[in-house]
Structure formats: structure tokens, C-alpha cells
Design a protein around this ligand. Sequence first.
Ligand code: PLP
Length: 477
Amino acid sequence: MTVLAPPSTPTPSVASPTPTGPAVAAEVPALLPTVGASESVPLVGGRRARFVHLDTAASAPALTRVANHVSDVLPFYASVHRGAGYLSQLCTGLYEQARVTVGRAVGARADDVVVFTRNTTDALNLLSAAVPGEVVVLDVEHHANLLPWRSPSPGHGVRVVPSGSTLGETEAALAAELARRPAALLAVTGASNVTGEVPDLPRLVRLAHAHGARIAVDAAQLLPHRGFDLAGLGADYVAFSGHKLYAPFGAGALVGRRDWLDEAEPHLAGGGAVRQVTTTGTEWASSPERHEGGTPAVLGALALAEALRTLEATGPGRIRAHEASLHRRLVDGLRLRGIEPLRIWPDAADVVGVVSFTVPGFRSALVASYLSAEHGIGVRDGRFCAHPLLARLGVDDGAVRASLGVANSSADVDRLLGALDLLVAEGPRWTYTADGCRPLPDDRELPAWAAVTGLQALGTASTPCAPSNTPAAGADR
Ligand code: PLP
């Protein structure tokens, strides 16, 4: 997709808010303050606009309270677990208290273990090495809940079940597979990272247990929107990422049953994971230390705990209502424009604030670049690390995903809808690379402070940009 107008005719202004329906919905402000919420970004052609962050499903901005907590702790930062100094003792206490807070926030039982990991991917990789048998998953999963289970060892590995076209059909397909041959674990998404749809988790828990399997929930997308209650649900494991929970400081967690974790090989062999080492042998510690070798991301764990405390104090009902009104505004607005969001299970009653779609006549990579370059709107495009799902949905060339969170307002949704109106009515005003991935030229300046890093222009980092399903691109977009 190339030139639609020369760069010398830039769009005069950022898309003005567009009414979103016959009865214009009431204004909805952001629910919680985040760092950088009023930040402006450069647009092509020398203009600027307030950045509209509609990509929280990929990574969410830090809650102001989380950032404040981290900066409160920073002057007191020191090593944990093995230091005798006052700061080490304090940080050890804070780190272990964060473990308690995280466990309590996700409904851990008294004998469950909270292992701090880097993220959901890391948590599920840790669990995959502990599962004493085969794993069953659906073909709708994020790669993080698909690839770790693949194993060449006999009696291990993954069985991928094609999803049905309704939740009921999907549950029946899972039941048939679990009845056909026992599995150790059913691993399911708590909410799809492509459609936001939430499967019926209580039914899946009963289904897994009725067939003698445990169940792990990938709550990367669910937890920020709905919370999670491991004990209440009766699930066995839950995995999640701090950076999707408004705590982008490098930690996530795996929470769940102790026995498999204590029998598994250590996830990270090294200092802190052991009781005793000789030159020839090792006596490993039990969990969680067993899997947390090396120096942990202390600030990440503290940030994660503070984010969960903040979301809990805000109240799941308020978070849900705020998101539901923005989600409705966005979906209604898209439908008014003839755009139907992607769905896996039209009968899924609960959908979190994640909306993927294509714009007829425009490649998704171009739509995303245009939204960024000409309107200062951040969305994601591609196949969202869910290639089998995108293939099933018939959008192998990728889609656009807008995702909502506590920092969004109705003005954000209206900016997106207004920008799409301009795109459809007039096409992009700037020029773009042939693959649609970048504005050409890209004259957006960098923040002054970025000079110290040596970065000289946008798009020169190692992240490749290419059509989403071009194998040569090497990017899992
Ligand atoms: N699971 C789901 C449903 C996701 O959306 C993601 C990330 O987008 C992951 C797992 C992986 O999360 P992370 O990249 O934090 O490991």
C-alpha cells in the first residue's frame, strides 16, 4: 500500500471526536491515573497530539500509584534474602510481603505457592516443565499457552483441540478429547487476547476435574479486567504478567498447587534455589525458592503487588462498569461504520475490553501505522501471537486490535472512530512503505532525553516490520 497523497499535504488537524451513534453516549473519564496519561506525541508533518493508548492488552501504562510506590522504595533498594544490612532486610520483607499480597489477590489457598516469574510466558514455561503428563489446549490460545507445552518426551506434549463455533460445542470437544485419553492438565485462556471473549471457566474447571485433569488458567488478559479467585473457582494454577496489570517493572507470577512444582527440576538453577551444594551434588530448595534462582526482579514484584492492591481498592465492579461502557461505545461505533469485531464464540456472554477488526479496503498494518503517524493513536496490528486462531478466523493477513483499560476515556474511543472515518473517507494523507508498516518519510522527532541512548530515529530498532504473515520477516506480530 503506497502513496495516497504527498507528504506536502498533511492532515490539517487530528480527527475531531465523532458522535458514535444516534444517541450520543455520555462522556466517560479515565478511571485511574497512569503515568504519561496526558503525554503528547509527534505526528508526521510536524504536528503533535495527545497520545491515545489503545494497546493495554499488549502492555499497560504504569498506574501512578505503582510508579509512586516504586520511587518510594528505590532509595531503600538492596539485595534480597542474603544481605544482613538494614536495606536488605527491609527489601526482603517487602518482597516476601508482596508474595503474600499477590497470593491473596488471586485467591491462593493456604498451601498454594506464589512463584515470581518474568511474565506469563515464563510462568507457563515453568509449569510446562512440572506437568507429569500430557496437556490439552484449544487452538485459540496465545502462543505463550501453546508452545511451552510442546515436548519431544514420550507421555508429555500437547494435544490441540479445534474450538467449536460456540462455547457449548467447544466444551463438548474438550470433554471428548479428555475422555478419549487422559491428560494431566487442561490449559485455557481466561480471556482471549484477540477477541476479549471469556470462556465459562467454572464449567471448564468442572470438566477438567471430572476427567482427572488439573486446570491452569492463562489470566494475562483476564486478571486486569475481572480479577481472579483461584480457590473460589477451584482452578489449580493461574499465570499472569505485571506489565499487563499496570505494573511494567519486569515481574509476573505463577500461583498454584505445590506438589508438581516441588517435584520439578528448578526453573532457574543457581544461587538461592538450593539448600546445599557440594562439588558433585545439589540439594534443591522447595518452591517458590526452587524456581527463583538468581536475584529476582524485586521492584517488579513490589509493583505487581501494589497494582493488585490498587485494582482491589478500586473495586472490580467499578472497573467492569467503566470498561463495559467504553467497550460498548467502541463496538457500537465500529458497527455503525460497517465494521464487525472478530469473535470466536458468539455465545460468550462476557467479553473484556479487547476488540480486533479489519477495515475493508485497507491492510491492517497500514491502518495501524496511519493511526499512529497521523493521529497519535497506539493500537496493535498483526496476528497477535495467536497464528492458529487468526487462521481459523480467516484473517491470516492480520487485523487491528484496540484494547481498553482503566486509563482510557470515551474521548480515546471517539478519537479512534474519528480517525477511521477520515481514513475511509479520504485515505491516508501521508505516504507509507509498500508493506504499510511505516510512514515514509518518518519525520517524527524523538524526545530530547532519548539522545543519550544513541537512538537516532523511530523504527531503527531491531524490531522488524513486515506483513504479518511473511515468514521471512521473522516477527511474531
Ligand atoms: N497469554 C495471553 C492471553 C496474552 O495476551 C499474552 C500477551 O499478550 C501472553 C499470554 C504472554 O504474556 P507475556 O508477554 O507477558 O509473557
